[in-house]
Design a protein around this ligand. Sequence first.
Ligand code: PEP
Length: 248
Amino acid sequence: MKKKLIAGNWKMNGSLAANDLLVRALVAGLPDPSGCDVAVAVPAPYLAQVQALVAGSPLALAAQDVSQHESGAYTGEISAAMLREFGVRYALVGHSERRQYHGETDVHVAVKTQRALAAGLTPIVCVGETLAEREAGHTEAAVRRQLASVIHLNGHCISEVVVAYEPVWAIGTGKTASPEQAQQVHAVLRAQLAAASPRPESIRLLYGGSMNAANAAQLLAQPDIDGGLVGGASLKAEDFQQIIAAAQ
Ligand code: PEP
């Protein structure tokens, strides 16, 4: 049976002292054995610190982005191979904050997804509609377009990818998609995946957007929601642990 995945996205938050407390609490509190996979996507300067803190535990390390380039004169970029050297297992790709503030397009997302896979990382590809797209009735078209950019991968199968549906209007706003709204979009994505994968049901589809301790259980109970990508609530050990508990 497919395990759910709960991934925390710290965004640009943390400090050596705060990370130490948070990760020690998470490692100590992880159910053993755990019925779900758990990861934390940390800012790049803290990869080595968190790698050491999670060593020997089931808590996996994730990156928040990965370069579209393999290596070379790309100041400020971090390659997939470098992330691998720090024990990184997953990399977020195409988070809406990268699309919105850093001009990432579907083409960048596709190349980054390939780079991650080629280096042995599992990309968590984020898709989601803006409020304007939802209000105009374009939700389905927007997420289908974003997913289409990664659905055919050179030498890799879409089943190696994790997909996160994150409605942009729900990220960091405290407005969560209702379980029914989220399930509706997840079903659309699952159907699209079915055209490209012989095992569409094996692909993990996460929901993200103000998931918290209070709403996680209902969201995670939906048939096509296979986990969560959690921003704000992943910074508080107790809240994140309650979400992990809801995924067991
Ligand atoms: C995110 O950063 O991917 C996210 C879903 O954030 P939040 O949970 O804070 O809405």
